[in-house]
Design a binder for this molecule. Structure first.
Ligand code: FCA
Length: 322
């Protein structure tokens, strides 16, 4: 009996210790953005389930990334998942992770090499950006038609962030769907944002609206909810409210939900919900399996999205388990 108990206890201890030894970094470029907070939350769920530790670090620029990697190494982490602040840091991040003997996986934004090509040796989980962009564009076209708007009078605020490939793919996918739906190319106004946050999008969209007084109505799209919310707020400020603005974002985290929960309709019509559960929980588990079982994650995993509006938000979120 005693032997049995001792045996069971030592078994427990061994497995417990193993998981307890595992430390995984989760580094994100914009810690204040709800999407990244959700990713962290899901990584924590994975950690709790398996018994490992997640070290969450916000790294808004290259210098912070390098410090974060050293920090992880000195805490004896075995690997980390990162959404980098700049994909061009690719070769530097890969080299430093090697020196510090840290396993490396990227999420959301895929690292590129000196030529701008994706670094395929680093396992990556991203969204199927072009497709999701197309869903955004299609949602806008459908809503324009539903409202019976004359497309010639409608301007499209296309909030771009060209230096980030996933952003480029999302906005080009949306553009493609708009054009296929009959939206006039000349009415699409390029609105580059300086950073991927609401304020930068607001500033860019505000200028686009002022410069194009001929449009009676607007639609807006961009790489995420923050970009579209910036455009929606700018339009509101210039008198374009829910009845003359159709904004469709990408994300579906708190920024979108807050908007849906407002008593009054706003120009933020919908968003394509993507899964922070897959991007946070699954990447953390992938890294854990890599560290503990030497199971390398798939080189490339692309996740899907689904259109979410005020009407279907509960059902769509339930479907995604978030
Ligand atoms: C990029 C964007 C984020 C989020 C993520 C999936 O990192 O900046 O807002 O959309 O992809």
């Amino acid at each position: 009996m005693t032997a049995l108990v001792t045996g069971a206890l030592s078994l427990l201890c061994v497995s417990h210790l193993t998981a307890e030894d595992v430390k995984i970094g989760f580094v994100v470029k914009q810690p204040e953005e709800p999407w990244f907070q959700d990713e962290w939350r899901w990584a924590d769920v994975a950690a709790k389930e398996k018994g490992f530790t997640v070290i969450k670090i916000g790294a808004v620029d290259g210098e912070k990334v390098m410090t974060a990697i050293d920090n992880l190494a000195s805490q004896k982490a075995q690997g980390y998942v990162i959404c980098p602040p700049d994909v061009k840091l690719g070769p530097g991040i890969v080299a430093k992770s090697k020196v510090d003997r840290l396993k490396l996986m990227t999420v959301d934004d895929r690292l590129v090499d000196g030529k701008g090509n994706p670094i395929e040796s680093v396992p990556h989980m991203g969204i199927s950006a072009h497709n999701i962009g197309k869903q955004v564009g299609q949602a806008i076209v459908d809503e324009i038609k539903k409202r019976g708007w004359n497309m010639d009078e409608v301007g499209a605020i296309r909030v771009t962030y060209e230096q980030l490939p996933t952003a480029h793919d999302r906005t080009s996918g949306a553009t493609e769907a708009l054009l296929a739906g009959g939206f006039p190319q000349a009415n699409i106004i390029d609105t580059p944002q300086a950073k991927t946050d609401t304020e930068s999008a607001f500033n860019a969209a505000n200028i686009a609206i002022i410069k194009n007084p001929k449009f009676k109505k607007w639609v807006a799209f961009g790489l995420n909810d923050e970009a579209v919310l910036g455009a929606v707020r700018a339009a509101e400020g210039r008198g374009f409210k829910a009845d003359s603005m159709i904004g469709v974002g990408i994300g579906g985290a708190a920024s979108a939900i807050n908007e849906f929960d407002k008593p009054e309709l706003t120009g933020f019509f919908g968003t394509v919900l993507i899964s922070p559960k897959r991007h946070g929980y699954e990447t953390a588990i992938d890294m854990y399996n890599w560290i503990t079982k030497n199971q390398e994650p798939a080189k490339l995993t692309l996740t899907e999205g689904k259109l979410m509006t005020r009407e279907n938000q509960k059902a769509v979120r339930a479907e995604f388990g978030v």
